[in-house]
Design a binder for this molecule. Structure first.
Ligand SMILES: [Cu+2]
Length: 173
């Protein structure tokens, strides 16, 4: 697709809601609006994400890193809240280390162990110590009771390779 075509397509996408708005303001549309029979509201703003998304912000597949590894949690369409109360549209992060969300029972609280780390305090980033080698990281949102949402909000797994350790500051001589 040429860039000129992309621009045209983008312009068309922007204009279609405006055209709908213009239609509403013509005689017929206005009459219907006055009688309260216009079906869908016209929204010319940027649409919200249709479903929440969680993702690892600062790491991508194939990255080589040193331990400890900083992991930043990205979240769209959902708010972070500490564990405790279950409220729609809220959740907290769970980092799966060398574990797969596919193995979770989505109707049950996410287990809490070395490979399922809960951030019930509402944290949006962490640092983890990993042995050299390949590791898989994945994020899963859980509600106030640590149960995945329905539908579940799960990140793509990210495979990284730990190629070394940052020496402890105390050991510098
Ligand atoms: Cu949890």
């Amino acid at each position: 697709m040429t860039s000129a075509f992309k621009i045209l397509a983008a312009a068309a996408a922007l204009l279609s809601p405006l055209a709908a708005a213009a239609d509403m303001l013509d005689g017929r549309g206005l009459a219907r609006a006055q009688h309260g029979v216009v079906g869908a509201p016209v929204d010319v703003g940027i649409p919200a994400p249709s479903s929440p998304r969680v993702f690892i912000l600062n790491l991508h597949d194939g990255m080589e890193v040193v331990s400890p590894v900083r992991v930043e949690f990205g979240l769209l369409g959902m708010m972070v809240a500490p564990a405790g109360e279950v409220e729609e549209g809220y959740g907290h992060h769970h980092l799966l280390v060398d574990a797969s969300a596919a193995d979770l029972d989505l109707a049950q609280p996410i287990p809490a162990d070395d490979s399922h780390i809960h951030f019930g305090d509402g944290a949006r980033a962490t640092e983890i110590t990993l042995a050299p080698g390949v590791h898989t990281l994945q994020l899963v949102m859980g509600d106030g009771n640590h149960v995945p949402h329905d539908p579940p909000v799960i990140s793509a797994p990210v495979r990284i390779t730990v190629v070394g350790q940052v020496p402890p500051a105390a050991s510098t001589m």
